[in-house]
Structures are given as structure tokens and as C-alpha cells.
Ligand binder design. Structure first.
Ligand SMILES: [Zn+2]
Length: 374
């Protein structure tokens, strides 16, 4: 079945996740514009949180004291955090990379910070997501082969350090030692999980790098597998390369990943792309596109992409997407959504995001259904 679409179930301490799955991005412990009860109603099984942002605000220690991310944000289902590496590379022009780690400045107040594999693991253990990511260097594009190779080697050394720190400290996850009776009392009803968390731990995934070089991708995959992780991500894509190249790298790299472990493609993509990658055998994807586009009035529909700000919708009484069953499409007209957007109403962001997320989640449900039917 290598290289082919497959159905799966990720068993996490906070519930099962059916794959292939699309994970909405909740950057600062919030999917912008949408509350957790709505996310539950939409059928979101797993959310992504960004370690970089949460580390800077409200701070890992603050979240840890409040019981970890699940309890803090009242989200009882699964969470994945990234390692912070990608944000450090994409948001910080003044970053300095050494063997030990990365020095960077906060985009909030300019203060200086250091992420090392060890501190990135400590942060992710403190936040307490179900799935956490090894600290890696996201290689810039374009880059020459020597640079890509050196960067890949650094990521491999950091992967081994990430794993070592994780193995030594994984018992420190905030929800690991909470007796269930106490948890029952402290956790709001909505955030309760029936399953006992005793004995449960986080899963640390490795990340394959190697730029756009297929041979280096293969080597990175093989050597990351040698270190040994319960799941593998393909990182370092969507960094400005052509989409055809992204696809080529994914299709090639996937051949070198074990068939019996989850495969996570980081930071993609458009609706067409997530379907395509699921068909190639990717199990997990995340992207800010549906939520970010929604806030800019760009909506994905069965009839193509719509820019709701356009004047042509001023008197359009029809639903946003006649084929969508979401609460927005079944209740409001394009004319009303256009008015909300033009008036800069907060509700525009909420409704647009609900629809776009529904579109992505429905797409993945359809993909899973098609795979089930063969
Ligand atoms: Zn809809």
C-alpha cells in the first residue's frame, strides 16, 4: 500500500482521530473567530497549536500551572503542537543559528530568546499536547546542496537530542500525574475526558528535511527512522517553491516512510492539494489557509473560490454554497455575508471561518469515504 491513500486511526490520550485528517490551526490556543463548542460541532478531532506563540504569550509556565493546553483552552480532544522552529525561521529576520539552537527576538516586544532541542521539548511537554514535534531547522529555499545537507545534518542531530530530552522528561506532562478524581472536579464539564489519562504520555514525531533534493530527503527519512519515532512529518515545504515541486518532493519522500506509522505533511495546502496529498498516502495535514482566507473574505465553495466582498453579491439572495450543509450556508444569504464583510463586522469573520472549516473538514470526510469504498 505504499504511496497509496489509506485510512487510519490515531489513538491519542485525548481521543481518537480518523485519518486522513485536516487539523485547523489554533495559533495562540484559539482558532481565530471560532469558539471551541463550534469546533466540536464541526467535528474537529484534533487542533494544532503553535509553540512559538504560546511560549511568548501567555508563556509555557502559565499554561502548565493551569493544567496544560487542553484544560486551559477547554478543549477535550486531541492537540498537536509544532516545535516552534518554523515560526522562528519565518517570523525572525534576526535569528542566529548555532549547533546548540536558535537565538531569536520576540515579534511582540523585541526581547531575546533561545530555542534549543531541549528547551523546545520542555516547552511542548509543559503545554501538554498529545502529539509534539522534534525541533528542526526549516531550510530556506532556494539553497545550494551543501547548505541543504548541512541543515539536514543539524536537524538530525537536533532530532536525537529532542528524543533524548523527551524520553527523560515525558512524565512531566501536566495531565500525566493528575489523579482522575481531582481532574473531574477541576476540569469544566465540556473539557472532561471519559478516558483515564493515567499512564498516558505524549507522542514525539520526527521531521524529515532535505530541501528540494530527493536524495537528501531519502537520507533524512532513513536516518530519522533510525533514531526512531512513532510518527514522521515532512517539513521544509511550502517555503516559496513551485507547487509542482512540493508534490514531487512529497511523492518521493513518502516512499521512504514506514507504512505502519502516521505521516504528517506540515503546512499545506489548498483544497485541491490536501485531497491530492491524502491520495498519495499522507495522513495528517494542517494549514492556516481556510481560516486566514475566511478573514479576508475568501471562501471555498463547491463552485470554486468566492471573494464575498465583490459588489456582485450585494443583492444575491442565494446561499454561499448550495451544496454545503453548514449552519452559515443553511441560514444566511450571500448578500448578508457581503454586507457583514463590507461593514467590517466581527460576525463576518466568525461565519466565514465556520464555512471554510466546514468545507475543509467535509472534503476530508469525502476522501475518507472514498478510500473506504476503495
Ligand atoms: Zn457552508
Amino acid at each position: 500500500m505504499r504511496g497509496a491513500a489509506r485510512l487510519g486511526r490515531l489513538l491519542t490520550p485525548h481521543g481518537e482521530v480518523e485519518t486522513p485528517v485536516f487539523m485547523p490551526v489554533g495559533t495562540v490556543a484559539s482558532v481565530k473567530g471560532v469558539s471551541q463548542d463550534i469546533l466540536e460541532d464541526l467535528g474537529v478531532q484534533i487542533l494544532l497549536g503553535n509553540t512559538y506563540h504560546l511560549y511568548l504569550r501567555p508563556g509555557v509556565e502559565q499554561v502548565r500551572k493551569l493544567g496544560g493546553l487542553h484544560k486551559f483552552m477547554a478543549w477535550p480532544r486531541a492537540i498537536l503542537t509544532d516545535s516552534g522552529g518554523f515560526q522562528v525561521f519565518s517570523l525572525n529576520e534576526l535569528r542566529k543559528v548555532t549547533e546548540d539552537g536558535v537565538t531569536f527576538r520576540s515579534h511582540l516586544n523585541g526581547s531575546s530568546h533561545v530555542f534549543t532541542p531541549e528547551s523546545a521539548m520542555a516547552a511542548q511537554i509543559g503545554l501538554g499536547a498529545d502529539i509534539i514535534m522534534a525541533f528542526d531547522e526549516c531550510t530556506e529555499h532556494p539553497a545550494d546542496r551543501t547548505r541543504v545537507q548541512q541543515s539536514m545534518e543539524l536537524t538530525l542531530r537536533w532530532a536525537a537530542r529532542s528524543k533524548k530530552y523527551f524520553e527523560d522528561h515525558k512524565h512531566e506532562v501536566p495531565w500525566a500525574n493528575v489523579p482522575s478524581a481531582e481532574a473531574e472536579q477541576q476540569v469544566p464539564r465540556s473539557a472532561r475526558n471519559d478516558k483515564s489519562l493515567e499512564g498516558a504520555t505524549q507522542s514525539l514525531f520526527g521531521i524529515v528535511q532535505g530541501g528540494m533534493d530527493l536524495a537528501l530527503r531519502k537520507e533524512s527519512a532513513e536516518r530519522t527512522i533510525e533514531i526512531g519515532f512513532p510518527g514522521y512529518a515532512i517539513g521544509g515545504l511550502s517555503v516559496g517553491e513551485a507547487r509542482t515541486l512540493t508534490r514531487e518532493v512529497v511523492e518521493s519522500t513518502i516512499q521512504h516512510l514506514p507504512a505502519d506509522k502516521p505521516r504528517y505533511l506540515m503546512g499545506v495546502g489548498t483544497p485541491e492539494e490536501i485531497v491530492e496529498y491524502a491520495n498519495l498516502g499522507i495522513d495528517m495535514m494542517d494549514c492556516v489557509l481556510p481560516t486566514r482566507a475566511a478573514r479576508h473574505g475568501l471562501l471555498f465553495t463547491s463552485e470554486g473560490k468566492i471573494s464575498i466582498k465583490q459588489a456582485r453579491y450585494i443583492t444575491d439572495e442565494g446561499p454561499l454554497d448550495p451544496k454545503c450543509g453548514c449552519k452559515v450556508c443553511s441560514r444566511y444569504s450571500r448578500a448578508y455575508l457581503r454586507h457583514l464583510y463590507a461593514s467590517n463586522e466581527v460576525l463576518a469573520q466568525v461565519l466565514n471561518t465556520v464555512h471554510n472549516l466546514t468545507y475543509y473538514l467535509d472534503l476530508m470526510r469525502t476522501v475518507r469515504h472514498s478510500i473506504a469504498l476503495g
